[in-house]
Design a protein around this ligand. Structure first.
Ligand code: ADP
Length: 320
């Protein structure tokens, strides 16, 4: 392995929350207060702002019946390049056919002169990233609950030939009942031929699998999501990602050399550490399958809460 190549997309600094746009010149105009899907003769009232990502802004909207939804808005100005258009079409093509209780439901997409709109299931309780910031770390029982839902969603995606490629706490949304909803299919890939390998270097530094960075000749496949699942499990129980450092290059070096430690204080249980170590195996072929992961004693020997109370947003529930 040589020097890590530069990811083409989303090479954000680790753990830096998106900053509010500072320069008003770069702020696109807000979408209309009443968003119209002319083709279906539907109207949505814009009632709030939910957040923004790399290329979209997401609003809370209400349809005529009063049902609340999320509406992801991409300005047509940002879709001038062929690359940007291809990326958005791929996101829509993949997301719209996925239907699983732990995946953000895609409802419709439409456009007007200014924007492309995607209406999505509303996740009212923010992301696991927001919740971790408040809680600092999770109980292992909670981690089992969230991980079981995430792995279920990931298994569904993989059996439908979809690799998400950007699984991270910020893309795991929560609905009102604290169920995980995997979102943001902006980097997802569809495997159309069995055995096909993907070559685009993409992901988010802390969560990128080593083969994405260092085995560019061979490419990567479904196992990159398994790697991110290992990084997510570590982050939930320790409170920070395993390979995190200030410099992105150093993160890649640590990923390449498989260098991470468990803190000596409040170290995770033996089963949690063992499972994390198994998942964070550099060779993708040696990584456990999703079935093997849920069969690990971390899941089979520990309690999984039936539900997570709303109070868990800010304080530690008692799961005994
Ligand atoms: P991008 O593709 O530009 O990265 P995301 O899909 O990550 O955009 O969305 C940006 C932000 O909008 C998210 O971080 C989140 O705060 C909010 N968001 C996205 N989808 C939803 C949703 N379905 N429900 C509630 N909030 C959402």
């Amino acid at each position: 392995p040589g020097t890590p190549p530069k990811p083409q997309q989303k090479a954000k600094q680790p753990s830096s929350p998106p900053l509010p746009r500072q320069n008003s010149k770069t702020t696109p105009p807000s979408p209309p207060k009443i968003i119209t899907d002319a083709g279906r003769s539907l109207q949505f009232q814009r009632v709030g702002f939910l957040g923004e990502g790399g290329f979209a802004r997401v609003y809370e909207v209400k349809d005529v019946r009063g049902t609340r939804l999320a509406c992801k808005v991409v300005t047509k100005d940002s879709l001038k390049t062929k690359k940007a258009k291809t990326k958005l079409y791929a996101e829509i093509k993949i997301h719209r056919f996925l239907a699983h209780p732990n995946i953000v439901r895609f409802q419709d997409c439409f456009e007007d002169d200014q924007n492309v709109y995607m209406t999505l299931e509303l996740c009212q309780s923010g992301s696991l990233m927001d919740m971790l910031r408040r809680r600092r770390r999770f109980q292992e029982a909670e981690a089992r609950y969230f991980m079981t839902q995430l792995i279920g969603a990931c298994h569904y995606m993989h059996t439908h030939q979809v690799i998400h490629r950007d699984l991270k706490l910020g893309n795991l949304f929560l609905d009102i009942n604290m169920n995980i909803k995997v979102g943001d299919f902006g980097l997802a890939a569809l495997i159309e031929n069995p055995g096909e390998r993907k070559k685009t270097i993409c992901g988010t530094p802390n969560y990128i699998a080593p083969e994405v960075l260092f085995d560019t000749a061979n490419g990567h496949s479904f196992e990159v999501d398994t790697w991110s699942i290992g990084v997510i499990l570590y982050t939930l129980v320790v409170g920070r990602p395993p390979f995190q450092t200030k410099d992105v290059k150093d993160i890649y070096k640590r990923i390449r050399d498989n260098v991470y430690e468990f803190p000596s204080e409040r170290t995770p249980s033996h089963d949690a550490r063992d499972l994390i170590q198994q998942i964070l195996t550099p060779d993708p072929q040696q990584r456990p399958t999703l079935h093997e992961i849920v069969d690990h004693p971390f899941f089979t020997m520990g309690i999984v809460p039936a539900f997570i109370p709303q109070s868990a947003h800010d304080s530690i529930p008692d799961y005994r």
